[in-house]
Design a protein. Sequence first.
Length: 144
Amino acid sequence: MEGTQPAIGESSKVNSILELLNIAKILALVFGILGFIIAAWSAWPVIYGYWGSIIGGLYWIAAAIINLMLYMRMDEFSSMVKTRRYVELHDSILIWMVLGLIFGFIVGLLLLIVFIQLEELKKAVSYPSAYPPQSPPSVPPPPE
């Protein structure tokens, strides 16, 4: 499939998907680090007897871990786009999109946009818009 011509509009969608994945990668790293900082800050009153903040601390630890795992998966997602494995990416990004919406809303929202663009890209690639180029008709040699 790598030798086939791209469908009309595929390159612009691929570029926008790659840009969104890069932005989501940076934000996932930032939210992962901030998640650990917020978890440490919210768990601090536990030492003084405020047990209610443990639930908040556990949520932020989970959010930090999910965001850092998303950060590590973004390169794999980008390579799937570059090798035109849209169906495989569409299936694997669904779970990460839901986790991203729960544990890091902005990253999950960006993955939702990528998910929607992959739907359109899958349709465009499955129905090619142009016929493959044909060889020119053979011309007989001139008479001698």
